[in-house]
Design a protein around this ligand. Sequence first.
Ligand code: IPM
Ligand code: MG
Length: 360
Amino acid sequence: MDKLMVLPGDGIGPEIMDVTVDILDYIISKKNLKVEYEFGILGGCSIDKYGIPLTDSVLEACRQSKAILLGAVGGPKWASTDPAKPRPEDALLKLRKELGLYANLRPIKVYDPLVSVSTIKEHVIKGIDILFLRELTGDVYFGKKERIVKDGVVTAYDTMIYRDFEIERAARMAFEIAGSRSKKVTSVEKSNVVESSRLWREITIKVHKDYPDIELIHMYVDNAAMQLVRNPRQFDVIVISNMFGDILSDEAAMIAGSIGLIPSASLRDDFFGLYEPIHGSAPDIAGQGKANPLGTILSMAMMFKYSFRQEEIAAMIEKAVNAVLEKGLRTSDIYDPAAGGSSLVNTKEMGAAVIAEIRI
Ligand code: IPM
Ligand code: MG
């Protein structure tokens, strides 16, 4: 029996996870899968209940499972600038770090029925398929940070830090993945200024020697931010550090039309993975049935592909998502009243429509 941990989290997390689990139940029963799942509490709701964002028992249950499906964490209720206060986001960072999930895959795909939804011109984005590999357990996220008060001056600092092996394994996975795509990797950094980026470039060049059939391009992050909207077609696999990847993947989501559509997989070298949409907890629309569940549903598809080695099920979910979009179903983030033939649906309706399109 494969064990799966489901962590809905905060804000819109529970609503999007509800409909995703409905789809999961349907697939498990139709396919007779040996998958068993358990719900866990994480983020702000865990702070409210236990005073901390991630309890040892939830972390342990995650360790014992084959995969984790996560909604979102955070919200204004727990946002504070006080360094001593527990933060929902710390739960996510601890999970990623403790479980060694160093490679965060964020696919940016433009679905044909949605080309007019993006704020970028159609001819620029049609057919775009970019894969971000964001390094996830290093960088300024985990470097030393501190606040010091001295002589009436308050100083705060963070450390942008990378070790060679952290860069090496991320680069290696990027080259491996590029082998089955268009054989092109763009490594994004800021080596004209930042020391850890200089190491990033050095190590990437070293690892590239093992992959002579893959093209490697180096690009500064500021230029990459511009190129992504100028001509995204030049990119296939992008390998990028944790902080720069966080920023550029949100930007790139708008190529696809909405951040609500983008899934992710956080992986290590075995089949274990954490799967979550890249959007946040969207407290402004929480509880209203407005949230787009497709990012989470597509994250579940990635889970079937990478952790459960069920490529056929993954492809089937993606096909069902494409079919509902073809039919014109739109949650509010991708709804354009001016575009004919589409209808506004809520979170549950979108989930139910995906189930209806799944052919088993
Ligand atoms: C993401 C999010 C997280 C991150 C936050 C919630 C800590 O923005 O997964 O992209 O910065 O990694
Ligand atoms: Mg982010």
